[in-house]
Design a protein around this ligand. Sequence first.
Ligand code: BES
Ligand code: MN
Ligand code: ZN
Length: 488
Amino acid sequence: MQFSAKVSEAGKQRTACTIIPVDAKNRLTASGTALDEACGGVISKLLKRNDLGSRLGATQLLSMIEGPAERVLLVRSGEGILSQADFRKLAKASAEAVKGFKDAFSYLTELEVTEADTAWQAQQLALAAGLATYKFTRCLSDAKPHPLAKFQVHAPDRKQLKAVKDGVAMGAAQATGSNVARELGNLPGNICTPTYLANQAKELAKKHAKITTSVVDAKKMQSLGMGAFMSVAKGSDEPPALIAMQYKGGKASEKPVVLVGKGITFDTGGISLKPGQAMDEMKFDMCGAASVFGVMAALAELQPAINVVCLVAAAENMPSGRASKPGDIVTSMSGKTIEILNTDAEGRLVLCDALTYAAKFKPEVVIDVATLTGACVIALGNHATGLYANKDELAQALLSAGERTGDRAWHMPLWDEYQSSLDSNFADMQNIGGREAGSVTAACFLSRFAEDYTWAHLDIAGSAWNSGGNKGATGRPVPLLMQYLLNK
Ligand code: BES
Ligand code: MN
Ligand code: ZN
């Protein structure tokens, strides 16, 4: 899809669909009024029929005979200055309503939003439009993608044009990245294997000059002493891969941000087998990995002057005669030994070795992203990502990046008091902490392998995908991560 911004005259702007806001008292903005005049006043006449609902975000589509727009989408914008959350509702509702047309032009940037400029509005509009047009068609025999090919945003005046353009570019890149993450997340486990992910990473490096890829295979893992990672993969016929993608946009001397994604391409639980109910959703257990692929794609599009390394810890967790058993003790790359009391707590086992490996890139910060615990879904549902950090400053930066994009996280505790639940009778630690505070104790486990650098952990078990009727990957937390990286 093509995105752009310009200072436009709504009365002359040719479109398949023009999006204009209508406030609680049926009033139009300046552009709306100009368009109404160009259409012979038909918009204001139709508004008097009161077919546009009064609910904020309600939409009504008008087919036009006169004027430059083939259609006009009316969007109810409520009263006065909008909250950011309300503006997001308008962005989403209008994007959903226009995705069936070949192009659309949005004048919602004429609205006023609390503590947000037009650049922010443009970013939100582009992100919403990009997200709305995604559809998983790869495994359909008859694919019909959404037609929307061009989305334009109005800049209220020339002074704001540059900022609005930057906002559109950012939102578009966040959408590109989110949709890359959604596509990988939605792919089934028989297609999206660790080897498939490694090949995707190699392809990315071929296409983009600033990206290089390397892959640590099973043999190399063995020689690096990644006993924890290997213990997860060994029950599967699919070989594991620790994938490193490096985006080099900044100076060679600048330390990179390292992102680490959990890439369990299918999580059966292993010998600690999961119940059958909704087990298909464990194909989404690589959504952390998918999100770092998404970040790479977004960086490739925006080309910012920063350095980012994305690591993907990819393996399949299966039961078999070669699988790890409860009680097995393994030695991680760090040298710390781990008693595997539950083979279903596998994410932390692949991640701990990836975190040790991350130090090799001399990171400024390391952020891991993982569908780590069912307990996080119980704690936060699907609205917030669970956020843990060993430095408060990093936690704050990630929280505000999430707020700004509407891809929110919630700060969870990483207090010392929780650590003792990982005490083992037979090894340096065990891989589970018991029923209580499951998301916290999982984060505590990871923290032991991230002591040498500034680190955060995002538990996306609730936010990475939707269940039920609209089952599918969400692409989160790509918008949050991109916002964080570009704020720097
Ligand atoms: N991938 C799961 C976490 C998960 C479960 C995410 C359900 C989303 C929905 C993870 O590997 C897992 O199985 N975690 C266990 C940990 C437990 C054994 C300590 C869990 O959450 O039950
Ligand atoms: Mn598991
Ligand atoms: Zn898992």
